[in-house]
Every structure is written in structure tokens, then in C-alpha cells.
Design a protein around this ligand. Structure first.
Ligand code: NAG
Ligand code: NAG
Ligand code: NAG
Ligand code: NAG
Ligand code: NAG
Ligand code: NAG
Ligand code: NAG
Ligand code: NAG
Ligand code: NAG
Ligand code: NAG
Ligand code: NAG
Ligand code: NAG
Length: 774
């Protein structure tokens, strides 16, 4: 790799305000630096430098009527701009680079330019190329660099084949010379497509490559470099495999368009898929009037433009000088930075006018590539122009690099590009609220439309709502009814998401709308006709019972012990009495003590001991005394336990709370329960494993919409429990509070089952992934 550097600067003169000298007082100086290693022999090098000096001086003399440029050629500098084969361009405001490219080798430079301008911001890239494009070739790139009014021409040579150079341009770390550019390192995967002779074979080989493609690991960005026929095959195969989607990007580079005289891309429109992101890059170089690229030719053209631009600046400055005094002139003349900007602007204008006027062009027509991007999103729904179309978005030329007027993938950047899309909806508060304003305009609100508005903002579309004539809900569709809050509350039945009007489903199924903006419970039977978006809401179920009551205190004294404890206690007294009698009677030292003369008396004695009353007489013998002593100990423990518990029971009133499903089932004899007819809950219970849910289902009633009032009375009286969405039950409670001013209900703490609620979208809609992502 060899570099030639042309350098131009102006010697600084001491000046108070602007230490960059005026063109009036000092001629511009140009430094020309030529990298020695560009040339094979020293003689050749000397010859070229000599010629360069003469050429520049000659052009300057011809082009500039006033002023001039002092040219210095630096022969013995050790300049070595050793870089990559392709030359990153100087930033636009600093200078201008012209890579000198042998035709056929421009591709890598184009990709480098695209990367440098942050036009291709891919992190992962899949490259598919056909085997016509692997030949080794040389490439020469000249970059003419202007920094601080500094022009540099660098020539980069490499001898690798085209594909590997393109790869390098795409994925290599860029040279350190441009440290302020933040560019990602790209990971890439390369696939070769076999260029078989017949159409059928070609298609099959493309299909084989794309069929077992791991999109998840390799990403959705594809770069296809192929001939014009191959591109058509890849496009149709990719479309049939559904790889052209809103979240994938395909850039096709057509390599032989110019040679085949087929630069009209209109033929590809039919191969575009709805919702895909496809762009083309193709060679529009006119081969008939293309002439050989010569270093001197480029130098001549650039110096011409520079000389003219400099002359123009000088004339301006002279005019300025004439009109103002010396002092003022120093104040208002251009600074170094402004001069650079002005010169660059004029050089560009001059060069592009030279290029467009073929007669004036010195190096003949240049290489030229065009970019086309496709407009494919939302074409399903636009009736006037219901086909995709292509936009010419810009060109690439060696001198100016990439010049784009639009995004290369307009839908990735701008979503639907602000078009108007139809959506279907119906009135179903609070999910979708359709109301009519005073001026007769329909207004759309509710939770679902909040989501739709967000989508329309993020995906850049506006929407027109189609409201089919839904018989059921149109009656209640009256603004005056919504005027007062109380009435509005009566309107709302939360869980009406199971039944969607057939008219809405039909609109979605026939793909007349982007989606249906309505809340629908995700269910299996509708999955056969439409697809659901990801759930936008999740509803959990709970049950509603009457407010808990305090239990009666009538039998409170018995509650410290369970029934079993009481029974054991009674049994132990009955057993203890006769046992004491027997021990007492058959004891060898037994003296007849009155009060212990029969089993019956002993039972009373034991009972008396339990009540801590003691007996009149104690048995005489040790064995019986021991027995009674043990009993007394037992009594002590029992009494202490009982009285302690009793205090606790007296302190805290006992409340009949039903908080869990188990509580509910435990009271199954006292209380009934039910849920709205056709509820998602029923399906869930039918499929549940746990036995308690089977009990719940077998004893449940199904409510109809009509019996709301009766039902609420039942619940208030504590005879019934209503199972429904938690939000909907909360809503009932609030409504009751507003209407009656009292709290009559309690909500269970148990939350069972999540019911997903989503919007519906046509089968195979390409936009499902992007909508879900948002
Ligand atoms: C210098 O280049 C010119 C034009 O290409 C050629 O005619 C001449 O012989 C060369 N001289 C040397 C010393 O190479
Ligand atoms: C600039 O160069 C021109 C032509 O070489 C010469 O006539 C003129 O005197 C120079 N001007 C200055 C200020 O050196
Ligand atoms: C572009 O077209 C020109 C003229 O037909 C041709 O010379 C050049 O090799 C083509 N570029 C590529 C990369 O094929
Ligand atoms: C590649 O180069 C070889 C020899 O250099 C040539 O025979 C072949 O036709 C070339 N292939 C293409 C597609 O240009
Ligand atoms: C393309 O057009 C040029 C002249 O315009 C002609 O010479 C050439 O044969 C054409 N190539 C094809 C493949 O038609
Ligand atoms: C491209 O071809 C189509 C027909 O295939 C034609 O209508 C259109 O005008 C052509 N465009 C250009 C720029 O030649
Ligand atoms: C290519 O250039 C020739 C000669 O300048 C011209 O006649 C022809 O129309 C050009 N072709 C295209 C497609 O521009
Ligand atoms: C870029 O393209 C636009 C529109 O085609 C054109 O006006 C502008 O001059 C071009 N810029 C350059 C630097 O060529
Ligand atoms: C929406 O699309 C229009 C048309 O392409 C575009 O001008 C606008 O910037 C886009 N808005 C957003 C937020 O992307
Ligand atoms: C709307 O309600 C008002 C008053 O309740 C009634 O007069 C009007 O006829 C209703 N309109 C419709 C379309 O039901
Ligand atoms: C859409 O529904 C069909 C049929 O139920 C299903 O096969 C397909 O996977 C669904 N698509 C998505 C993206 O879920
Ligand atoms: C609910 O309505 C259906 C028919 O609409 C009826 O068969 C059923 O008996 C009703 N249930 C109750 C509890 O009224």
C-alpha cells in the first residue's frame, strides 16, 4: 500500500485577530506529498513528481486569472499512510477523498463508506454470495484528503479477492486515524450460493441454504451479493420461507446489472413481500462511455476545482478589501475554519457540475451505483395503490461517496411512515369506549385504545376505526348515557371479553384490518381463525362474599377445648371413679371411709376434684392417695389451660371469614357459589387437577347477565359467593359503595388463575412480531 499526499497550506502571518493570512496579501501554498512506495522504481517516482509539479503549475496558471498557488513537492519525506486496502474517507467538513478504483473493485469501498456514514448499523450480518464473485483482483484506492485545507491522495493496493475485501470493509476495526467514529464490530456468517445453470437447480440450491438457516443465532440481517437472476431466486425463496419479515433486513447487491443493461428494478416489485425490508444496490455505470482511471486525470480534475474555488474566494476577498478599511477588513474576513468550509463547498459544487456535464468531464464518466429501497408496509390495506413500490434513494460515486436522500430501510427507521391503517373495534367499556362528541365525531377511548395510541406513535401510523353494526352494543351506544358517572358505572360489565361480535372477527379474518382493537380472552377455539397478540392485560380471579359477621357467643365457654377433648375428659372421669373405688377397696390397709363406699361416690369424688372442690374424706391407703394425687396434677394442668384459652377467646371476637377456596368449600352446606356463564374460569376448572377445584365446579351455578340485582342481594345476605375477575369484583364493590354508601362485601385473598386478554390480528400477519415487541 502506497500513499500520495497533496498538501496545501498558507504560511501564517502575525495578525491580531485572525492569524490566518488573507488571500489578498499572500498566495496560497500547496504541499504535495507523494508516497515513494507507490512506484516501482526511483526513476518512475522522480518522473511522476516532476510531472505532478508541472501539471499543477500548468492548471493553476490556466484556471486562475488572479492570484496563484505556490507548489512544493516534498520528495524525501517518510510519509507512509499504510492502511487497509480500502480508504476510510475524511469527514465531510474536514476534507474530501477520492478513492481511485479500478472498475469492478469498488464494492468494498462502497461498504466501507456505508459503514463510515453509519448507514448500515448491523451488528450481525449474514452474507450470501454466488460463486461468480470470487475472483482475485487488485484494487487501487486514492483518497484525496483535505484537513486544515489539506488535500491528500492515498493509494491502497491489495491482492485479495473481492468477497474477502468486502468482508473486511464490513467487519474490520476501522483505522485509528478516525478515533471519534464509534463503530461496532460486526459478527458475520458467510454462505456461498452455487450458480447452477438451470433455474430449477438454482432455486433448489438457494432453498437448501436458506432452509436450515438458524435465524435466532445468526440474526435477521442479510446481505446478498449475486447476479441479477440469482437475486430474483433468492427473493422468491426467502419470501416463500417467510424470512422476509418486518424485523428482518435484506440488502441485495446486484453485480451484473450494468453489464446486462438491466438497471430498471421495477421487475422486482412483484417479488416483494408485505411487511418486508428489502433494499437494492446496483451498478449503473454506463459502460459505453467509461474511460480508464488515471492518477493524473484525477489530480487534474481536483486541482482544477480547487484552483477555481480558490480564485472565487480570492475575488470575494478583494471585493471585501475594496469596500472596507484595513482595520475593518481584518475583522470581517473569513477565519481559517470558515475558509476551509467555503473552499470545500465550492470544490464539491465544481466537481459535481463537471461530472454531470459529460463534455466537460476530464476522466470520463465515473463509476456509479444506485440505491433503491422498497415501500412495503401497509400495502394490504391501501386500496388506491395496493402494490409495493421502490424508491430511488441515492447514489454512490467515488468522488462523493454515498449520497442518500432517505433511509436505506425506511420502515426500520420510520415504521409505517405515517400511513393511515384501518382497525376494527366495537363498544365494550371499559376496554373500548366509543362515544360521539357534540359535533358528531366518534371518539375512541378505553384501555385498549391507550395501547393502540402507543402503537401508532411507536410504529408511526394513524388509524381509521371500522365499527361494524353490532346489534347488541349499539343500543347502549349513546353519549348522553355516559354523561353522569352513576349511569356510566351501570354500563360497565368488565368480563365481557369472551364474546367478540362475529362482524369484527370477520373483518380480521378477511385481512381488511391491521388488527381488531378489542380486548379478547385468549382461547383455543378462536385461535383457529385469528391470531392473538401478546396479552395486553392479565386478569386474576377471586370471589366475593358478604362482609364477615361476628359469631354468636352463646357457646363460647366450650370453645377452648375441641369436642374430642371434652369427650376424653368425660370418659376419664367415668373411668377414674370405679378405678379409684377398686384401688381403695382392695387395699390391705383399707379402712371404710364414708364417701368412697361405691363406684358412684368415687365418680362424684373425682368430678369434685376436677372442679377443685376436694372431698370430705381422703382415702387412708397410700395407693389410693397416690392415684388421687396424680388426678389433682392432671386437673391443675387442665384448668390452667382452659382458663387461659377462655380469656383469649373472650378478648378477640370470632369472625366468620371466607378468604380462601378451602374456606369456601368448608362452608359448602351454608353457602352457594357461581360464576358468569361461559367464563374462562369454567374451562380452567374443567382442566384442573386438584380435587378442591372439582368440588368447586360441581356445585357452581352459572349466572346470566340479567340476574345481576338478585345476585347481589344473595351475596349481601351471605348465601352466595360470586367468582369473577378480581378487578371486576372490586368494581362491583365500589359501585355498591357509591350506590348504597355502605360496605357489604369482602373479597377473597385467594387469586387463582391468570386470564390473558389480548387483541386479535389476522392469521399470518407479518406485523405480529413488531406489535408484540412494542
Ligand atoms: C516520464 O513519463 C513520460 C510520460 O509517461 C515518459 O514519456 C518519459 O519517458 C518518462 N521518463 C522517465 C525518465 O521515466
Ligand atoms: C501570487 O502568484 C501570482 C502568480 O504566480 C503572482 O503574480 C502574484 O504576484 C503572487 N501574489 C503574491 C501576493 O505573492
Ligand atoms: C460496474 O459496471 C461497470 C461498467 O459495466 C463495470 O466495469 C464494473 O466492473 C462493474 N462493477 C462491478 C463491481 O461489477
Ligand atoms: C475468474 O477468473 C478465472 C481466471 O482468472 C476465469 O477463467 C473465470 O471466468 C473468472 N470467473 C468469473 C465469474 O469471472
Ligand atoms: C448493453 O448496451 C450496450 C450499448 O448500450 C451494448 O453494447 C451491449 O451489448 C448491451 N449488453 C447487453 C447484455 O444487452
Ligand atoms: C421500468 O420498467 C417498467 C416496466 O417494466 C416501466 O414502466 C418503467 O417506466 C421503467 N422505468 C425506467 C426508469 O425505465
Ligand atoms: C451511455 O453513454 C452513451 C454515450 O455517452 C449514451 O449514448 C447512452 O445513452 C448512455 N446510456 C445510459 C443508459 O445512460
Ligand atoms: C446528493 O443528492 C442530491 C439529490 O440527488 C443532490 O442535490 C446533491 O447535490 C448530492 N450531493 C452531492 C455531494 O453530490
Ligand atoms: C413517520 O413517517 C414519516 C414519513 O416517512 C416521517 O417523516 C416521520 O419522521 C416518521 N416519524 C417518526 C416518529 O419516525
Ligand atoms: C340517546 O339517549 C337520548 C336520551 O336518553 C335519547 O333521546 C336518544 O334517542 C338516544 N339515542 C340513541 C341513538 O339511542
Ligand atoms: C397464528 O395461528 C396459527 C394457527 O393457530 C399458529 O399456527 C401460528 O403459530 C400463530 N402465529 C403466531 C405468530 O403465533
Ligand atoms: C341462563 O340463560 C340460559 C339461556 O340463555 C338458560 O338456559 C339458563 O337456565 C339461565 N340460567 C339461569 C341461572 O337463569
Amino acid at each position: 500500500m502506497i500513499s500520495v499526499l497533496l498538501l496545501l497550506w498558507c504560511v501564517t502571518y502575525g495578525n491580531s485577530h485572525n492569524d490566518f493570512p488573507s488571500l489578498v496579501t499572500k498566495n496560497a501554498t500547496m504541499a504535495v506529498i507523494i508516497d515513494k512506495s507507490l512506484f516501482a522504481t526511483k526513476d518512475e517516482y522522480r518522473n511522476v513528481t516532476g510531472m505532478m509539479h508541472d501539471l499543477i503549475a500548468d492548471i493553476v496558471r490556466k484556471e486562475m486569472q488572479i492570484g496563484g498557488i505556490v507548489v512544493h513537492i516534498f520528495r524525501d519525506t517518510n510519509v507512509n499512510l499504510r492502511q487497509d486496502p480500502d480508504c476510510p474517507r475524511i469527514p465531510d467538513m474536514d476534507g474530501m477523498s477520492v478513492p481511485l478504483i479500478v472498475p469492478g473493485n469498488e464494492l468494498s469501498q462502497i461498504f466501507l463508506d456505508l459503514r463510515m456514514m453509519n448507514i448500515l448499523t448491523w451488528n450481525m450480518i449474514n452474507i450470501l454470495h454466488d460463486d461468480t464473485f470470487g475472483n482475485k483482483s487488485d484494487s487501487i484506492v486514492i483518497a484525496i484528503i483535505v484537513t486544515q485545507i489539506l488535500l491528500s491522495n492515498s493509494v491502497c493496493i491489495s491482492d485479495r479477492d473481492t468477497i474477502s475485501r468486502v468482508m473486511k470493509a464490513i467487519s474490520n476495526r476501522l483505522p485509528n486515524r478516525l478515533p471519534n467514529k464509534q463503530l461496532n464490530i460486526i459478527s458475520r456468517s458467510i454462505f456461498t450460493l452455487k450458480h447452477d445453470t438451470t433455474k430449477g437447480e438454482r432455486r433448489n440450491s438457494v432453498k437448501k441454504v436458506l432452509d436450515d438457516f438458524h435465524v435466532e443465532q445468526l440474526g435477521h440481517c442479510f446481505l446478498v451479493i449475486a447476479t441479477i437472476d440469482m437475486v430474483a431466486d433468492v427473493m422468491s425463496v426467502a419470501r416463500s420461507l417467510k424470512m422476509v419479515r418486518p424485523d428482518s433486513q435484506w440488502l441485495y447487491v446486484i453485480t451484473d446489472g450494468a453489464m446486462q443493461n438491466r438497471t430498471n428494478m421495477t421487475a422486482y416489485v412483484d417479488l416483494l413481500a408485505e411487511g418486508g425490508n428489502v433494499a437494492f444496490m446496483y451498478n449503473v455505470t454506463n459502460s459505453s462511455d467509461y474511460c480508464k482511471v488515471e492518477l493524473m486525470c484525477y489530480v487534474q480534475e481536483l486541482i482544477q476545482a480547487l484552483a477555481k474555488a480558490l480564485e472565487y474566494s480570492l475575488k470575494n476577498e478583494i471585493n471585501l478589501f475594496k469596500r472596507f478599511e484595513e482595520e475593518n477588513f481584518q475583522m470581517i474576513r473569513l477565519t481559517k475554519h470558515e475558509r476551509r468550509t467555503e473552499l470545500l463547498k465550492n470544490v464539491r459544487i465544481l466537481l459535481s457540475s463537471q461530472n454531470t456535464l459529460a463534455s466537460k468531464g476530464i476522466c470520463g464518466r465515473r463509476l456509479s451505483w444506485k440505491f433503491s429501497s422498497s415501500i412495503t408496509w401497509g400495502n394490504f390495506f391501501s386500496h388506491d395503490k395496493n402494490v409495493a413500490h421502490l424508491l430511488d434513494i441515492g447514489t454512490w460515486t467515488p468522488g462523493f461517496g454515498v449520497n442518500l436522500t432517505d433511509m436505506i430501510f425506511p420502515h426500520i427507521a420510520h415504521g409505517f411512515r405515517g400511513i393511515n391503517l384501518p382497525i376494527a373495534s366495537y363498544h365494550n367499556p371499559p376496554w373500548q369506549i366509543i362515544s360521539v362528541s357534540k359535533t358528531g365525531q366518534k371518539m375512541y377511548g378505553g384501555l385498549v385504545f391507550d395501547a393502540i395510541n402507543y402503537l401508532s406513535l411507536k410504529l408511526n401510523f394513524s388509524y381509521a376505526v371500522i365499527t361494524p353494526e353490532v346489534t347488541r352494543s349499539l343500543n347502549s351506544w349513546n353519549t348522553s348515557r355516559f354523561a353522569k358517572l352513576g349511569e356510566k358505572i351501570n354500563e360497565m360489565t368488565m368480563s365481557a371479553t369472551r364474546k367478540v361480535p362475529k362482524e369484527v372477527i370477520d373483518l380480521v379474518r378477511e385481512r381488511k384490518v391491521l388488527l381488531a382493537a378489542c380486548a379478547v380472552t385468549v382461547n383455543e377455539q378462536e385461535k383457529s381463525t385469528v391470531n392473538f397478540t401478546v396479552p395486553i392485560f392479565v386478569q386474576t380471579y377471586s370471589f366475593l362474599t358478604s362482609r364477615p359477621r361476628q359469631l354468636s357467643r352463646a357457646l363460647l365457654f366450650a370453645s377452648p377445648f375441641t369436642e374430642e377433648t371434652w369427650a376424653c375428659l368425660a370418659a376419664s372421669i367415668i373411668i377414674m371413679g370405679p378405678f379409684l373405688y377398686l384401688v381403695h377397696k382392695y387395699s390391705p390397709y383399707s379402712i371404710k371411709t364414708s364417701g368412697l363406699n361405691s363406684s358412684w361416690q368415687c365418680v362424684w369424688y373425682v368430678y369434685g376434684a376436677l372442679l377443685q372442690q376436694g372431698g370430705m374424706y381422703l382415702p387412708q391407703c397410700d395407693s389410693a392417695r397416690l392415684l388421687i394425687g396424680i388426678w389433682w396434677l392432671i386437673v391443675m394442668v387442665l384448668v390452667a389451660t382452659y382458663s387461659g384459652s377462655l380469656v383469649a377467646f373472650l378478648t378477640f371476637p370470632r369472625i366468620d371469614t371466607i378468604l380462601t377456596v378451602d374456606d369456601l368449600i368448608a362452608r359448602k352446606d351454608r353457602i352457594t357459589w357461581g360464576f358468569p356463564n361461559g367464563s374462562f374460569f369454567e374451562t380452567y376448572l374443567q382442566n384442573a387437577e386438584e380435587p378442591k377445584y372439582h368440588i368447586l365446579l360441581s356445585r357452581a351455578r352459572r349466572h346470566n347477565d340479567t340476574e345481576d340485582e338478585k345476585l347481589l342481594e344473595c351475596i349481601k345476605e351471605g348465601k352466595h359467593a360470586l367468582i369473577d375477575w378480581r378487578s371486576s369484583l372490586r368494581f362491583l364493590m365500589r359501585k355498591d359503595l357509591l350506590l348504597t354508601g355502605g360496605c357489604h362485601f369482602s373479597l377473597s385473598t385467594d387469586e387463582f388463575l391468570d386470564e390473558p386478554i389480548a387483541m386479535i390480528i389476522p392469521h399470518d400477519s407479518p406485523y405480529l412480531p413488531v406489535i408484540n415487541a412494542e
